[in-house]
Design a protein around this ligand. Structure first.
Ligand code: GLY
Length: 383
């Protein structure tokens, strides 16, 4: 996949990741981090007593720390990573007990933790947790409109008919549940949602909407929202990356060529918009000032581009590998390899219109690591 110089660069990147994760894993052993505060990982592993929001233990990113530990275990074989992954997985049981804060992102939470644990160790408790999560996800499917409902009731909006592009990443939990049990119901729901996303989210130019609102009773489309991007009709880059990589995942699980074609269409739109320096904005259609960036979008897109490169023929491969490399090299230049920060990737942005930008976010590190190991050919398929 890579030339000699690029391979050397990748080897040194992986050595850097391994060295950093060696001490960070021990320092943050008992946490489930989301971001850093003054360079130190925060901790989302405490139970939110109100039980009605996405905060605390229900936070949608709470599977990534465990996933990072499984990636490191796969790469190094060191038992400590497995132990930390198992610790963080057990903490997520509070979500099942609490129930009310749970949402559509159960795939993001239990694929990199329980499904990973079950696949690697065969732990029956992990299988049970993952099947439980898959059933909760299947229960959010709305037959009218054919979508998995995003989020729960919000004080600010009626979200009963909302679907979001990010949810493509939860579908592998349903594919896994069918592969594991032989019961096709889960896969039927995943395919219906992915088909809906192809027709209702992807625009003619290959860009994607973040939020599509359906009438939850009739299933008709009501409108779209800009969501975490700049505004309605804009192009939130992490959403483009979820689509690019998400459709490839649905292709891998189903073999449906429409998903591969759609992933390539989104990828070509993404590629056409990568700036010269490889640094990805929060939204490809945001104003030029203020300059707002999101390194997490770059890391997710790099993973998806590498997956496309594995599938396409020899003539097409260099396009996708070259773009993934450009994104990864820009990320590597902007990373923190010192002991001043518990995070590697420093410039994530959760959304365009929030107060805090350009800070570490755990899925930046997760997908950066995943992309590096994929590029090396030592992938652990967590999705
Ligand atoms: N899935 C939510 C986000 O990407 O921020």
């Amino acid at each position: 996949m890579l030339g000699i110089e690029e391979q050397k660069w990748l080897n040194s990147l992986i050595a850097g990741i391994t060295a950093k994760m060696d001490w960070v894993s021990e320092k943050s052993r008992d946490k489930i981090p989301y971001t850093t505060i003054d360079g130190t990982h925060d901790d989302r592993s405490s139970c939110n007593p109100s039980g009605g929001t996405d905060d605390g233990i229900n936070w949608w990113t709470n599977g990534f720390w465990g996933g990072m530990m499984w990636l490191m275990y796969h790469e190094t074989g060191h038992e400590k990573y497995k132990e930390i992954a198992v610790l963080s997985e057990a903490k997520l049981d509070q979500c099942f007990e609490q129930f009310y804060g749970l949402h559509h992102d159960v795939g993001f939470m239990w694929l990199p933790t329980s499904v990973a644990n079950y696949k690697i160790t065969g732990n029956p408790e992990s299988r049970k947790r993952a099947l439980h999560a898959a059933n909760l996800l299947a229960g959010r499917f709305n037959l009218a409109g054919g979508f998995i409902r995003a989020w729960n009731d919000l004080p600010s909006a009626d979200t009963r008919g909302w679907a979001i592009i990010d949810c493509l990443f939860n579908l592998p939990l349903l594919y896994w549940a069918t592969e594991e049990t032989g019961d096709p119901r889960f896969k039927h729901i995943a395919v219906a949602h992915a088909d809906m996303a192809m027709t209702s989210f992807v625009r003619a130019d290959g860009s994607v909407n973040h939020i599509v609102e359906f009438d939850p009773s009739s299933g008709g489309i009501v409108r779209t929202y800009g969501g975490q991007g700049f505004g309605e009709g804009s192009s939130w880059t992490r959403g483009q990356a979820w689509a690019l990589y998400g459709f490839i995942l649905s292709y891998i699980h189903t073999g449906k060529t429409e998903y591969l074609e759609t992933a390539k269409r989104v990828a070509h739109y993404f590629l056409a918009n990568i700036p010269e320096d490889g640094v990805i904005p929060i939204d490809f259609r945001q104003p030029s000032e203020p300059k707002r960036e999101d390194d997490t979008a770059a890391a997710i897109a790099a993973c998806g581009l590498i997956e496309i490169a594995k599938i396409v023929g020899a003539y097409e491969k260099p396009l996708y590998v070259g773009a993934a490399l450009k994104l990864m090299q820009a990320l590597e230049r902007r990373s923190d390899w010192t002991e001043h920060s518990d995070a590697i990737i420093q410039k994530g942005s959760s959304a365009y219109s929030v107060a805090r930008h350009h800070h570490p976010i755990i899925y930046g590190d997760f997908f950066f690591m995943e992309a590096a190991f994929k590029m090396k050919g030592n992938d652990l398929y967590l999705w």
